[in-house]
Design a protein around this ligand. Structure first.
Ligand code: PGA
Length: 249
């Protein structure tokens, strides 16, 4: 399976800063064997598209998409728009969108549908918050997130096109990382859920880890059997750190 390192820039950087960060990443990522995916804010997608055009292992992703197809939905960005702008991937169900924009399982399921209809590859995020972790309910939380947004909505064929990302909310942007064992047991659980639902093809689906992943801990995380790469927030804003994470397989 191809190892993947995706950078989620979130709502950071001016246009100039985005351009210079990406130029730096493009220069440094050449020759690194993993697949990099860069997810800048919407206004920078077309600049980013031009800068990475033709690069063998850097692709473009968006951080969000609309659950609607087109029409009078002010401020929304459709999957068709993303596709026609050269975007290949889209992050869906990030915990920040679930928490701050009240995204429900059902809405996330609709966004997954729109993405797949437009041949975008969704990066579907799931993960428990701190109180759920303390209560020991992390497996149940992740199971219900995948069931209610994915297994209840999508066909086997559609599910096999999705990239999964386990992102424990208590580790995102906090500097606190899940230990490799803590991460692996949830990745293994996710793998099992996938195999139960779509059979052996579940073994081919990438499952990324996200949550304060950085050069110092990436190697230990990526060595785990069911961790196929990372979804990187803070460390994706530094070219050296981001590319170093890509060298950690
Ligand atoms: P972080 O963010 O690496 O800054 O913890 C990860 C994410 O939110 O995707």
């Amino acid at each position: 399976m191809q190892n993947i390192v995706a950078g989620n820039w979130k709502m950071n950087l001016t246009s100039d800063a985005a351009e210079s960060l990406l130029k730096d990443i493009v220069a440094k990522a050449t020759g690194v064997s993993c697949q990099f995916i860069i997810c800048p804010p919407f206004p920078y997608l077309s600049i980013a598209k031009d800068l990475i055009d033709g690069h063998p292992n850097i692709a473009l992703g968006a951080q969000n998409c609309s659950n609607k197809t087109s029409g009078a939905f002010t401020g929304e960005v459709s999957c068709e728009m993303l596709k026609s702008s050269g975007v290949e991937y889209v992050i869906i169900g990030h915990s920040e969108r679930r928490a701050y924009y009240n995204e429900t399982h059902e809405l996330i399921g609709e966004k997954l549908m729109r993405a797949l209809e437009n041949e975008l590859i969704p990066i579907f995020c799931c993960g428990e918050n701190l109180s759920e972790r303390k209560a020991g309910s992390h497996f149940d939380v992740v199971s219900s997130q995948v069931k209610e947004s994915i297994f209840d909505f999508l066909s086997k064929d559609q599910i096999s096109k999705i990239i999964f990302a386990y992102e424990p909310v208590w580790a995102i942007g906090t500097g606190e990382t899940a230990s490799p064992d803590q991460a692996e047991e949830v990745h293994q659980h996710l793998r099992q859920c996938l195999i139960e639902n779509i059979g052996d093809d579940g073994n081919q689906i990438p499952i990324l880890y996200g949550g304060s992943c950085k050069p110092g801990n990436a190697k230990d995380l990526f060595q785990q059997k069911n961790i196929d790469g990372g979804l990187i927030g803070g460390a994706s804003l530094k070219a050296d750190d981001f590319v170093q994470i890509g060298r950690s397989f």
